[in-house]
Design a binder for this molecule. Structure first.
Ligand code: SF4
Length: 241
């Protein structure tokens, strides 16, 4: 089934809109498929049980939550098609940074048609993204599924968000792009110092410079200037802040 045939079957109801992403350079976009903490988020994710920061943010901003619920209810095909239509209007390399799943996550499995539409979305995301595409997922199984789709026609890296230091190291040493949130330490500055000590003996691991700059109140760094999260061989630690 071609993408245009699929488009023809979608009624003109509510459509997902490209989101903004404040951690990135102005004009960057977020692409979301669900609300945080929903069935799209794998139950094995330790953050889901412990109090995910994105769930917390959505409680403060209920409109984000409602929008995520709608996207999930509409399903992958309608949501992805709505995004594809909007991205298709943008010029090549016209968006500083593209981030998947700023809120929520992508489904654990896809039908063949969903996979075909998602692959087209990845192509469009790579085409418009000047700085790169950040696509994190919470399990290795999801990473493998979406990386296989991405690798069909793009250089997009799907990054596993590890939930423990051990899982992060295991991913790094198996050459899988990984990230982890660093929670140890009483204060933000303590967490930053401990995270820096942690990465110092892990090859090609860095502390997110945007978070570091926020904590140290130095000149801001934005995604798009820093493109670490789009690179397959860089592993990123985010001190909780
Ligand atoms: S490491 Fe770079 S690209 Fe990744 S979140 Fe931090 S600033 Fe953005």
């Amino acid at each position: 089934m071609s993408i245009s045939t699929i488009t023809g079957t979608i009624p003109k109801t509510w459509r997902a809109k490209l989101g903004t992403f404040s951690k990135a350079l102005d004009g960057s976009i977020g692409i979301n498929f669900s609300e945080s903490g929903s069935v799209n988020c794998d139950d094995s994710c330790l953050m889901k049980a412990k109090g995910c920061y994105a769930v917390h943010t959505e409680r403060m901003k209920p409109s984000i939550h409602t929008s995520g619920e709608r996207k999930r209810a509409q399903g992958v095909i309608r949501t992805a098609m709505a995004y594809i239509k909007q991205l298709a209007r943008l010029n090549d390399n016209s968006v500083p940074w593209v981030r998947f799943s700023v809120f929520g996550s992508v489904p654990a499995s896809l039908t063949r048609t969903e996979a075909a539409v998602f692959t087209e979305l990845l192509k469009q995301a790579e085409r418009v993204g000047a700085g790169g595409v950040h696509f994190p997922v919470e399990t290795e199984a999801k990473r493998a599924l979406y990386q296989a789709l991405a690798s069909e026609s793009t250089d997009i890296v799907v990054r596993v968000s590890a939930q423990t230091k051990g899982a992060f190291k295991a991913a790094v040493y198996s050459h899988t792009a990984a990230s982890v949130v660093w929670t140890k330490g009483e204060t933000k500055r303590e967490r930053l110092a401990l995270a820096r000590a942690f990465v110092s003996d892990i090859p090609r691991a860095i502390v997110c410079p945007a978070v570091a700059a926020t904590i140290e109140k130095t000149a801001s760094v934005k995604c798009g200037e820093c493109t670490a999260c789009s690179k397959s061989d860089i592993h990123v630690v985010y001190p909780q802040h």
